[in-house]
Design a binder for this molecule. Structure first.
Ligand code: ADP
Length: 739
């Protein structure tokens, strides 16, 4: 360990103590939370970039320039006027993405907007409002005020639970000229900004909360891996952006066997894997291995829940350093699904030049892990006032640099958008189950939205790889600097401010409830409303153009066929029975089989019970800390796949699943028609039926391997998809690229 690493360890304890999210543990990540050892001069600049760079790169360059001038503390707070180029801080990548995506769009006809019910109506239900939240009073006050003064009542934002994102949200609310309530208020607010989870404040029954129930659990490493793996089973090529992963300790044996198989085929091969604890964040507890026996399966006497994952050995390097990309993705609504991506993001650099893993360097965290929280402890970490230099830069500045070297950055953007949409589609089924568990139909509750942090690596061939998704991306825009031994002060970080304030502000703009409010005041205030409208327009005009770009339902046509599991989820929710429950009991599972007419002489109800017990037991091992018994969604999906395999033996897995879905849906529909409204067991969160045709088309040509093997084995086999080839950098596309 060099001096630098020793220093890092000394600082590590301080880091933990000062990071608010870090104190919370869980899956919060920590950008901008750690103290700074030193701030050496900038080590990397964009000098020497040829003037002949492509037009796209020039667009980005303009954005970088714009960014530079705004990057100085104090300059980027005031929103410039409309039409001013400086007023588009996040435009850098936008034109690049925009042009390419317009091309995609041109190939599409009008997209579907989703057909399911929206939970939005819940905000209107004030029947059992908690005493200290009185939305009706608030609404009346708002309406009366508007009527009296012909003025728009500012949107109210409760930031009392914002924690580490408090400064960024305060700045954003100020820019929007909305009203912040930093200690909360008696009356209901329009928007509640929580720092950690939906449950930060239990009493919110109206308005909008910036977290979905269950998101933290959903995005733990094991759960996300499982969700993506299920999609890989159905759509191996579409989901090859996620490295193969095994769940520990349950799949240790499988992992060892597959490892041995690879080694037997090629003795020279020395693959590296990365082990990541399930609930970990900020790189904590992560290590690389080159042999299954190096895995530490226990901590004390306890088995450790973790994933072991293929390590991307050939990432794209800039200035010889490994880096990753942090993009902010907004799920604006689950039903209908609406996804936005921030046009600007962050890139976080390692602080030790990268070498492919070897016995010598396998433990060098500053070489292999890009986490800010780790690298900021290195004496080589560079804090910079510039957006395009240092150990943390804007994504647009990196794209510009790549573009200037001839990289097809439109393609990079398009691949990233695709990765984001597909990942969210993989998450949605589980999120819907959590949602109905916390806010069952009919129960008053707020609507939800959430900003997620996507961590993405670029491989040498510029193909993006998903590393993880953070439910609570750090929104801190300042860092702590040690000005004297043991004395720390908060210093504003221009890069963080540039990116994060934009994301929060423009997310709030998207969630702005005012138009609805204006229509209420319209009834009361009549013509006076015109004044408020004008004022609102003027406010909008003084703001920069939005940095959040809608990608779904915009690209519905290309991705809707992937939303197959949501239909299985709709069945699952329908048979859950008890309100707020998230697991299916054995009787409910039998009812599902009976109602869908899935049992027959060769598949008796006794076999149904055995299937239920079998799968539920096995899946219980995957779900750490599970307090609820019964069959969860993933287990139900596995059972569904097995039932589909039994019934449609001659088809490929995807076709089997589609066929069984059609059968179940047809059965239930016919019973509904016969039984009338009384037959409706539960409100179904059903998804677009337009999937079927697309899915059928996709299904053709899929090989019919391992149809009868149990799901986990079939899963392991299906993981032999072409990831290896896909993840290995290919020559050609960017062969000439040397950054
Ligand atoms: P954490 O939640 O603790 O930050 P991550 O999954 O984000 O865990 O991993 C931490 C870091 O390790 C990433 O930022 C990335 O630099 C590196 N990393 C993670 N998975 C891989 C992988 N499969 N291949 C290469 N590097 C990886």
């Amino acid at each position: 360990m060099n001096d630098c690493a020793v220093n890092a360890n000394v600082h590590r304890e301080q880091v933990k103590a000062c990071g608010e999210d870090a104190e919370e543990g869980g899956t919060a990540d920590a950008e901008g939370q750690a103290p700074v050892a030193s701030s050496p001069a900038v080590t990397a600049t964009l000098s020497g970039i040829p003037a002949s760079a492509c037009r796209d790169a020039a667009d980005t360059a303009a954005a970088c320039e714009r960014g530079k001038s705004r990057g100085k503390p104090g300059k980027n707070e005031n929103a410039p006027g409309k039409g001013d180029r400086v007023s588009q801080p996040h435009g850098a990548a936008a034109p690049l993405a925009g042009k390419h995506l317009r091309r995609i769009e041109n190939e599409m006809t009008l997209g579907l907007r989703g057909t399911g019910k929206t939970p939005r109506g819940k905000t209107e239900a004030h029947g059992s409002v908690a005493p200290h939240h009185r939305p009706k009073d608030e609404r009346e006050t708002r309406g009366e005020e508007s009527a009296k003064f012909g003025k728009k009542t500012p949107v109210s934002v409760d930031t009392s639970k914002a924690r580490a994102s408090a400064v960024a949200i305060k700045t954003s609310v100020k820019q929007l000229k909305w009203k912040e309530f930093p200690v909360g208020r008696r009356a209901a607010c329009d928007i509640y900004w929580h720092g950690m989870s939906f449950h930060d404040s239990e009493s919110v029954v109206s308005g909008q909360v910036n977290k979905f129930p269950g998101m933290v659990e959903m995005l733990k490493k094991i759960n996300l891996s499982r969700a993506v793996r299920t999609m890989q089973e159905l759509f191996p090529e579409e989901y090859n952006f996620y490295p193969r992963a095994w769940i520990l300790p349950d799949e240790y044996q499988q992992f060892s066997e597959q490892f041995q198989l690879v080694k037997d085929n090629d003795v020279m091969l020395k693959p590296t894997f990365i082990v990541k604890p399930d609930g970990g964040s900020q790189g904590e507890g992560i290590y690389l291995i080159r042999d299954p026996s190096d895995i530490k399966l226990t901590m004390g006497s306890q088995l450790k829940q973790a994933i072991v994952q293929e390590y991307i050995e050939k990432p794209l390097l800039i200035d010889k350093l490994k880096f990753d990309i942090r993009l902010y993705v907004l799920i604006k609504s689950l039903e209908p699904l609406e996804i936005y991506i921030g046009k600007e993001g962050l890139t976080r650099f390692c602080t030790e030049p990268y070498e492919e893993p070897s016995r010598k360097n396998i433990s060098h965290i500053f070489m292999h892990l890009t986490n800010y929280a780790l690298n900021v402890q290195s004496c080589h970490f560079v804090h910079s006032d510039s957006l395009n230099a240092g150990s943390k830069r804007t994504f647009s500045s990196v794209l510009y640099q790549l573009g200037s070297k001839g990289a097809d950055i439109k393609r990079v953007w398009s691949d990233i958008i695709s990765l984001v949409i597909k990942t969210v589609i993989a998450m949605v089924p589980e999120l819907k189950v959590y949602y109905q568990g916390d806010i069952p139909p009919g129960k008053p509750g707020p609507t939800c939205f959430q900003i997620l942090g996507f961590d993405i690596l670029l491989m040498k061939n510029l193909k993006p790889v998903l590393i993880e998704v953070n439910a609570n991306p750090s929104m801190r825009i300042e860092y702590e600097q040690e000005v004297a031994p043991g004395v720390f002060v908060n210093v504003s970080s221009p890069v963080d401010k540039e990116v994060k304030v934009g994301v929060i502000r423009d997310t709030l703009r998207l969630m702005d409830p005012s138009p609805k409010r204006q229509s209420i005041s319209e009834q009361v205030a009549g013509a006076k409303r015109a004044g408020a409208m004008k004022e609102s327009q003027e406010d909008e005009e003084t703001l920069p153009s939005s940095c959040m770009k809608q990608v779904y339902p915009k690209y519905t046509k290309q991705f809707d066929y992937l939303r197959l599991l949501e239909r299985i989820t709709a069945l699952f929710i329908r048979f859950l029975g008890v309100r707020g429950s998230m697991r299916l009991g054995p009787t409910a599972f039998r009812t599902f089989i009976r109602k869908c007419k899935l049992s027959n002489s060769s598949f008796s109800m006794a076999s149904v019970d055995i299937l239920y017990i079998d799968i539920t037991r096995r899946q219980a091992g995957f779900v750490p800390d599970s307090r609820e018994t019964g069959m969860g969604l993933q287990a139900f999906i596995e059972a569904f796949f097995q039932l589909a395999g039994r019934r449609y033996k001659s088809l490929a897995l995807r076709e089997q699943v589609v066929s069984l879905l059609e059968q179940c849906e047809a059965q239930l529909k016919s019973q509904l028609a016969v039984g009338g409204p009384a037959f409706q067991e539960r409100r179904s969160l059903s998804c677009s039926r337009a999937l079927t045709r697309g899915t059928r088309n996709q299904a053709s040509g899929i090989s019919n391997f391992q149809l009868h093997s149990p799901a986990p084995i079939r899963r392991a086999a299906s993981q032999d998809y072409q990831l290896d080839q896909n993840l290995k950098p290919t020559r050609g596309r960017c062969g000439a690229l040397s950054v």
